[in-house]
Design a protein around this ligand. Structure first.
Ligand SMILES: NC(=O)C1=CN([C@@H]2O[C@H](COP(=O)(O)OP(=O)(O)OC[C@H]3O[C@@H](n4cnc5c(N)ncnc54)[C@H](O)[C@@H]3O)[C@@H](O)[C@H]2O)C=CC1
Ligand SMILES: O=C(O)CCC(=O)C(=O)O
Length: 442
C-alpha cells in the first residue's frame, strides 16, 4: 500500500548526498512549507543529511476504498496517510475530510506536525491524513461507514505505538471514536486495554480527554496572553476578526470573548458578518450549528470579503484553510497582528507583504499546538488507564504553550529573525540534537 507518488517525471528524487534545489517559482504548498524548514536549516547550519531526511516524508500511504451510500450505490473514495518523521516518537497528526484533500497538502501538513511536536517538546513525530470527500454532503451513517472503511484500509499503518490520528478540518470526535473502535476490532489490539490510544480527540465517554475539544483554541489564547503584551496589545481589551468558525475559530472566539476581547467580525465559507463592539460568540456558535455557517446570522451585519480584510482590528485570526492570505489579501489586512490558528494560512508572498507593512505574524506551529498537546495528554491517559480532571489538562497545556512561546522568543532574539523563522529554528534545534545523540548520522 505504501507508495511514493505525485513527483513530476521531470523532477527526479534527489540522490543521497545531492544538494536539494528549491525553486522559488514553484508554489505548491509542499514547496512553501519545506522552504521554511530549509531556511531554518540554513540559519542553524544543519548538515546536509538532516536536510535530505526532512525533505521528503518517510512514508506516503494512499488508499482507495468503496463505501455503500444511503441510496444503495457504492462510491470509491481516495484517502491518504503521510508519515513525515518519527525521530522524536510515534507519528502524530489529524485526519481531514474535505473535497480538496490532496497528497501535496497532506504532505505539507505532516511536515508542520513534525515541527509543531518538536517545538512543544512532545515525544511525538509528524503525520497527517485525509479523505477526499465533502463531509457536509454525507449522512451520519455514510460518515460512519466511510470512517470505518478508511480505518480498515489503513490497517496496521496506524497503531497506538506507531501512528496516532486525531481530528482536523471536517472530522469530529464521533468519527475519532469510530476510527478507534474499528482499529480495535481489526487489529491485535482486540482485548487489550489500551487499544483506544490509537486515536485521540475521541468522545470523552470512550477515552477522550477533558479539554481536547477546546484545546487548540485554548492553547492559542495562552500564546496570545504570552506574546501580545510585548506587541502593545492587551488581550483582555483587544478587537479581533476571525476566519473560520469551526472547532478552532469558535473555541478561540468564545474563550477570548469571555476574557474581555471584542470579536468584531467572522468570515467563513458561507459569508462574513460584522458587529462593531463585538459579536455574541455563543449565539453565533449556535447559529453555525444549525445553519452550517455564519451567513444569515441575525445578530450582525453581512459584509463582503474586501470589507472583512479591511476592518481595523488589533488581531486577525485565520482559523480555516491553507493559503488564504496571499499577497492580495495581505495588502488589505488592517490588523496589527496575524495569529495563525489554521495551518499554513499565509503564503510566503503574503508573509512578505505583511512584513513590509509592519504586521507581526505569530506562526501556526506555535499558535495551534494546543490541539496536539492535549492529544498527547489523551494518549498518555489511555496508555496509563487514567482520567485527568480538566484543571490538570488546562494547567499542563498552559505550561507547554508558555514554554513553546518562550522558545520562539529566545530564538528570535538569538537570530534577529521573524517569529515564523524563530519557531522553525526552535523546532529544528531539537530534531538535530536528537539525530545527533542517537548516533544516526555519525
Ligand atoms: N481541530 C484541531 O484540533 C486542529 C485544527 N487545526 C487547524 O485549524 C484549522 C481549522 O480546523 P478546524 O476548526 O478543526 O476545522 P473545522 O472543519 O471545524 O472548521 C473549518 C472552518 O473553515 C471554514 N472555511 C472553509 N472554507 C473556507 C473558506 N473558503 N473561507 C472561509 N472559511 C472557510 C469553515 O466554514 C469552518 O468554519 C485548519 O487549518 C486545521 O488544520 C490545527 C490544529 C488542531
Ligand atoms: O491532535 C493531534 O494529534 C493533531 C492535531 C493536528 O492535526 C494539527 O495540529 O494540525
Amino acid at each position: 500500500m505504501s507508495e511514493s507518488v505525485d513527483r513530476p517525471a521531470t523532477e527526479p528524487a534527489p540522490e543521497a548526498g545531492e544538494a536539494i534545489a528549491f525553486r522559488p517559482t514553484r508554489h505548491t504548498l509542499y514547496q512553501e512549507t519545506i522552504g521554511s524548514v530549509m531556511h531554518a536549516c540554513d540559519l542553524l547550519d544543519q548538515p546536509q543529511h538532516l536536510r535530505l531526511i526532512l525533505a521528503e516524508p518517510k512514508t506516503e500511504v494512499m488508499v482507495h476504498f468503496p463505501v455503500k451510500m444511503d441510496d444503495g450505490e457504492y462510491r470509491l473514495f481516495k484517502g491518504y496517510r503521510v508519515q513525515h518523521n518519527n525521530i522524536l516518537g510515534p507519528f502524530k497528526g489529524g485526519i481531514r475530510y474535505h473535497p480538496d484533500v490532496s497528497l501535496d497538502h497532506v504532505k505539507s501538513l505532516a511536515v508542520l506536525m513534525t515541527m509543531k511536536c518538536s517545538l512543544a517538546r512532545l515525544p511525538l513525530g509528524g503525520a497527517k491524513g485525509g479523505v477526499q470527500c465533502d463531509p457536509r454532503a454525507l449522512s451520519p451513517s455514510e460518515a460512519m461507514r466511510l470512517t470505518r472503511r478508511f480505518t480498515s484500509a489503513l490497517g496496521d499503518n496506524i497503531g497506538p505505538a506507531h501512528d496516532i490520528p486525531a481530528p482536523d478540518v471536517g472530522t469530529t470526535a464521533a468519527m475519532m471514536g469510530w476510527m478507534a473502535d474499528t482499529y480495535i476490532n481489526i487489529s491485535d489490539a482486540r482485548g487489550r486495554s489500551n487499544g483506544q490510544a490509537v486515536v485521540t480527540g475521541k468522545p470523552v465517554a470512550f477515552g477522550g480527554s477533558a479539554g481536547r475539544e477546546k484545546a487548540t483554541g485554548q492553547g492559542l489564547v495562552y500564546v496570545l496572553q504570552q506574546t501580545l503584551p510585548e506587541l502593545d496589545v492587551d488581550p483582555a481589551a483587544m478587537s479581533v476578526s476571525v476566519i473560520g468558525y469551526g472547532n478552532v475559530g469558535s473555541w478561540t472566539s468564545r474563550i477570548l470573548a469571555k476574557g474581555g476581547a471584542r470579536i468584531e467580525a467572522v468570515m467563513d465559507h458561507t459569508g462574513a458578518v460584522h458587529k462593531p463592539g463585538g459579536l455574541d460568540t455563543e449565539a453565533l456558535a449556535q447559529h453555525v450549528e444549525s445553519a452550517g455557517g455564519v451567513g444569515g446570522f441575525g445578530g450582525a451585519e453581512p459584509i463582503d470579503t474586501p470589507t472583512f480584510y479591511g476592518l481595523g482590528v488589533d488581531v486577525l485570526i485565520p482559523a480555516a484553510l491553507e493559503q488564504m492570505i496571499t499577497e492580495t489579501e495581505a495588502q488589505h489586512v488592517n490588523a496589527r497582528v496575524v495569529a495563525e490558528a489554521a495551518n499554513a494560512p499565509t503564503t510566503p508572498a503574503g508573509d512578505a507583504v505583511l512584513a513590509e507593512r509592519g504586521i507581526e505574524v505569530l506562526p501556526a506551529i506555535l499558535c495551534n499546538a494546543g490541539g496536539v498537546c492535549v492529544s498527547y495528554m489523551e494518549w498518555r491517559q489511555n496508555r496509563a488507564a487514567e482520567t485527568w480532571a480538566l484543571e490538570r489538562v488546562d494547567r499542563e497545556l498552559r505550561d507547554l504553550m508558555n514554554a513553546a512561546a518562550q522558545r520562539v522568543k529566545l530564538a528570535r532574539h538569538r537570530f534577529g529573525c521573524d517569529m515564523r523563522t524563530a519557531a522553525y529554528v526552535a523546532a529544528l534545534d531539537r530534531i538535530g540534537d536528537v539525530y545527533s545523540v542517537r548516533g544516526i548520522f555519525p
